[in-house]
Write a protein that binds this ligand. Structure first.
Ligand SMILES: Nc1nc2c(ncn2[C@@H]2O[C@H](COP(=O)(O)O)[C@@H](O)[C@H]2O)c(=O)[nH]1
Ligand SMILES: [Mn+2]
Length: 358
């Protein structure tokens, strides 16, 4: 018999039926107890994204390759935040910092598994580093004051997580972990690595913009598995919503939201992690090219600047490729899973180094 499935999306939220089908496929796996879909639910490669899956059996493919991917928020103090000028001062986050880069002093040299490859780099896809302004919403009391600036870093464990998943799938495909303890040992290191990676990038950017690095006020991972209530809770594109503050990312051209989660077992103790894609990358590229120039995409509707030397990525990750973040946050609020505390408005979003420096 299949496990229960519950999708936390209102009737006015658009959820692809393929994603709900994937939830039911996961629910039919051996040992599965419950699958919770978040309002940003969308189809992934073989398993849904935006889901918390509670099971007696550990399935590494339900976490995926980017083990430890998450979003951290760092306060940053800048005297005159002129987005156009600051965009040109972002460091090259496609390459690791030099061994003598002062950002290392802030994070130390205790690198999980000694894995240095790719450390301090953002990666591709929808990873980003964003300088944003905090705005109040409702009566919420934000962890960073209104008008203050933050760096939002979304990235994960890069090649490390990929190699951990590959080691599993090469022997067991989509099957359960043969030794959950062995998988979890490597997984936990990748989660630690992802967090260190976000801190190192934030320190690099802070230094490059002339600010002091700071510790994060929020750092929540949305791809991981943890032991919870006598079972393995797999989160794939779902953040810990159990009393934590979480940044739910919107897009580079819209607000994102800081929320306080209060989700229970029915929701897999989780909240959404983003707006969620509504268009495939190829559709976003095709439609975007017909509608926009590259220059248009480098400025967003909120007046922010986008650092992205890769034209294809600019189109694939256009704000129009995503669902409405206000709908996602509205659903979480309506279902009693989270309370919005503040919004962030992008000033500069870094995706990949610009070939033409401003
Ligand atoms: N504030 C920004 N949010 C963004 C940007 N690009 C994507 N996104 C959002 O992040 C989530 C992350 O999804 P994941 O499944 O890869 O972890 C995504 O759903 C979007 O809503 C951006 O440039 N700035
Ligand atoms: Mn992610």
């Amino acid at each position: 018999m299949s496990a229960s499935v519950r999708v936390f999306a209102s009737a006015s939220s658009w959820i692809e039926s393929a994603a709900v089908d994937q939830c039911h496929q996961v629910a039919a796996l051996d040992g599965m107890r419950h699958v919770a879909g978040m309002p940003d639910l969308h189809p992934g490669k073989g398993a849904p994204i935006g889901a918390a899956m509670h099971s007696e059996v550990l399935y590494p493919v339900l976490v995926g390759s980017d083990i430890g991917c998450g979003i951290a928020v760092f306060p940053i103090s800048l005297k005159r935040p002129v987005p156009e000028k600051l965009a040109g001062r972002f460091p090259d986050l496609d390459h690791s910092p030099a061994p003598d880069d002062p950002a290392w002093d802030f994070v130390g040299r205790d690198v999980p598994l000694g894995h240095l490859a790719g450390l301090g780099t953002v990666g591709r896809g929808n990873h980003f580093v964003e300088l944003a302004r905090v705005e109040p919403v409702g009566a919420g009391s934000p962890p960073a004051g209104p008008g203050s600036l933050v760096l939002i870093v979304h990235s994960g464990s890069r090649g490390l997580g990929e190699s951990i998943l590959r080691e599993h799938t090469s022997q067991h495909g989509a099957g359960p972990a043969a030794s959950p303890a062995d998988y979890l040992k490597a997984h936990d290191e990748a989660v630690r690595w992802g967090s260190l990676n976000r801190r190192l990038m934030a320190a690099r950017v802070a230094r490059a913009l002339g600010a002091d690095p700071a510790d994060p006020i929020v750092d929540e991972c949305h791809n991981l598995v943890e032991w919870r209530d006598g079972g393995y809770l797999h989160r794939k594109g779902a953040a810990n919503g159990d009393g934590r503050d979480v940044l739910i990312a919107g897009t580079r051209g819209t607000r994102s939201y800081l929320v306080r989660g209060h989700a229970g077992p029915e929701a897999g103790w989780s909240v959404a992690h983003g707006a969620g894609r509504k268009m495939s990358r190829s559709d976003a590229l095709r439609r975007g090219r017909a509608k926009h120039t590259v220059e248009e995409l480098r400025r967003t509707p909120v007046g922010s600047f986008v650092v992205c030397g890769d034209r294809q990525l600019l189109f694939e990750e256009a704000p129009t490729a995503y669902k409405k973040i206000e709908q996602v946050v509205g659903d979480l609020t309506e279902f009693g899973l989270a309370t919005p505390l503040a919004a962030t408005v992008p000033l500069v979003t870094y995706k990949t180094a610009d070939r033409v420096r401003r």
